[in-house]
Design a binder for this molecule. Structure first.
Ligand code: BG6
Length: 495
């Protein structure tokens, strides 16, 4: 996956929505890093398309500023920017005007000839979702879904639909123009090294998998907690809410990686087949097994409707009805405007059948657990009981830790967009979401959204901005005599 390789083919990367935030914050910094590391084929070109009246120079300057501001990159440091900037060009275009696509075809022909791109074209839809069907249709009508030589691929950003029905319709619209193997639905969580490491932990080792099932696991907790609030994205977020924004995509992906069976091979088809099996086995969520909440102050955000009941925090308890996970609860929670940013997965194990050692006075037994830290604690922790030195038979939970930074001597992991862009250029769809996966994930989440929107059950609760979240979240999990991240001190040991 994502290594410098002769499989990385040169191409013209056409970014629709090139004047927007995603291009500046993520796509161009990722491409720049790849170019600096000589992972981007020398002939590869970027052509931005957007409605803004920008000259090519203004476009380049804007991207350069974005790299400094958002990605902390100093483009002049190694003198590489001027060479990289040569590869960036811009075209003004209305996405709904056939003439845009006629001109695009001409530009592609010029760039192919100049850059030796082999006729490979990659279309990246970095635009609001209402433009997805329109751009796809126009690409088809202009015959840009095929090239005479080379390949054509399309990358589609999230959100892919806003419910099951619209996701199905969008899949149909896309399939009318592109084959499924040409479509790369992006979920940036899958590009994170730490998310991919779930597979390594489970399937590159022999010691974890034998206990990774209902016989040993008591419960699984996946938390995606954010300190940021919705910021300037009020209008989008008020329409989306936390279930569409975080659960249908990122959360369902982390759950699938954690719960899936070992694939027969490490390839797109086998991997995605196994994820699909997990999603199909999720029992319909009982709304009584949910918590929905909103941070105080959300109403004051520009773009948010007065009196909005959009949730910014949610807890769901799910069950995966298959042989491996029958009866094991998966607790999922995500929210904004919380104390700190943490994404992790905790697999908590059952207690030993017999408790023959004492606990330090006043302390409860802390079960064994494995924590997979996605961010910012990028690593893995195993918590187990050890004998307190000098005591007769007193045990205490201790932590065995692996951290990317110390083990691999790196300060910062590559951004997920670097992995994912390289994968698209290599034609590796393993870390992209297939059409059936998207629909199954909606099938899990959509009924909860609908139930929440049509009944006032469970009631929307308010939590303080900058807090740990609503007390109802703690109360909910404590009803099953569990707590979030039980006895958790892991994050204190981030190196
Ligand atoms: C995005 C959501 O998909 O993921 C955002 O739209 C969220 O609301 C972001 O903040 C979180 O991503 P990361 O990589 O910062 O955890």
């Amino acid at each position: 996956m994502s290594q410098a390789s002769q499989n990385t083919k040169s191409a013209v990367l056409v970014i629709f929505g090139a004047s927007g935030d995603l291009t500046r914050r993520k796509l161009v910094p990722a491409l720049y890093h790849l170019a600096c590391a000589e992972l981007l084929p020398p002939g590869a070109q970027v052509l931005g398309v957007a409605i803004d009246e920008l000259t090519e120079q203004a476009f380049r300057d804007r991207l350069r500023e974005g790299m400094v501001e958002y990605a902390g990159i100093e483009p002049d440091l190694h003198g590489l920017w001027p060479r990289f900037a040569q590869r960036l060009s811009y075209m003004i275009g209305d996405f709904n005007d056939p003439d845009t696509y006629r001109r695009l075809r001409e530009r592609l022909a010029q760039l192919d000839a100049a850059g030796g791109t082999g006729g490979n074209h990659l279309f990246y839809l970095a635009v609001p979702p209402r433009f997805f069907p329109m751009i796809v249709r126009h690409l088809g009508e202009a015959g840009l879904n095929h090239t005479q030589k080379g390949w054509t691929r399309i990358v589609i950003e999230k959100p892919f639909g806003r419910d099951l029905q619209s996701a199905r319709e969008l899949n149909e619209q896309v399939h009318a123009v592109f084959g499924e193997d040409e479509v790369y639905r992006i979920d940036h969580y899958l590009g994170k090294d730490t998310a991919q490491n779930i597979l390594f932990l489970r399937f590159a080792n022999a010691i974890f998998e034998p206990v990774w099932n209902r016989n040993y696991v008591d419960n699984v907790q996946i938390s995606m907690l954010e300190s940021v609030d919705v910021g300037h994205r009020g209008a989008y977020y008020d329409q989306a809410g936390v279930l569409r924004d975080m659960f249908q995509n990122h959360m369902m992906q982390l759950l699938s990686l954690t719960a899936m069976e070992p694939p027969a091979a490490f390839g797109a088809r086998a991997l995605r087949d196994e994820k699909v099996k997990v999603l199909s086995a999720i029992r319909p969520v009982d709304v009584r097994d949910t918590v929905r909440a909103q941070y105080r102050g959300f109403w004051g955000t520009p773009g948010v409707a007065p009196g909005s009941s959009t949730p910014t925090y949610a807890v769901l308890k799910l069950f995966v009805d298959n042989w491996r996970w029958q009866g094991v609860p998966f607790y999922l929670r995500s929210g904004k405007a919380l104390t700190s940013k943490t994404t992790d997965i905790i697999v908590e194990f059952r207690r030993p059948p017999l408790q023959m050692f004492d606990l330090p006075a006043g302390q409860e037994y802390v079960p064994n657990s494995i924590l997979i830290g996605i961010q910012p604690d990028e690593g893995i922790h195993v918590k187990f009981q050890a004998k307190v030195p000098g005591s007769g038979r007193e045990g205490k939970p201790v932590d065995m830790a692996f951290h990317y930074r110390s083990s691999f001597g790196i300060e910062k992991l590559p951004d997920s967009y670097e992995h994912l862009l390289l994968d698209v250029l290599q034609g590796d769809a393993s870390l992209f979401t297939r059409s059936d996966e998207i629909e199954l994930a909606w099938q899990v989440i959509d009924p909860v959204i609908q139930a929440w929107e049509s009944h006032d059950e469970p009631r929307l609760v308010i939590y303080e901005s900058g807090s740990q979240g609503p007390v109802e979240s703690d109360e909910f999990i404590s009803r099953a005599d569990r707590i979030w991240c039980r006895g958790c001190t892991w994050h204190e040991s981030v190196q």
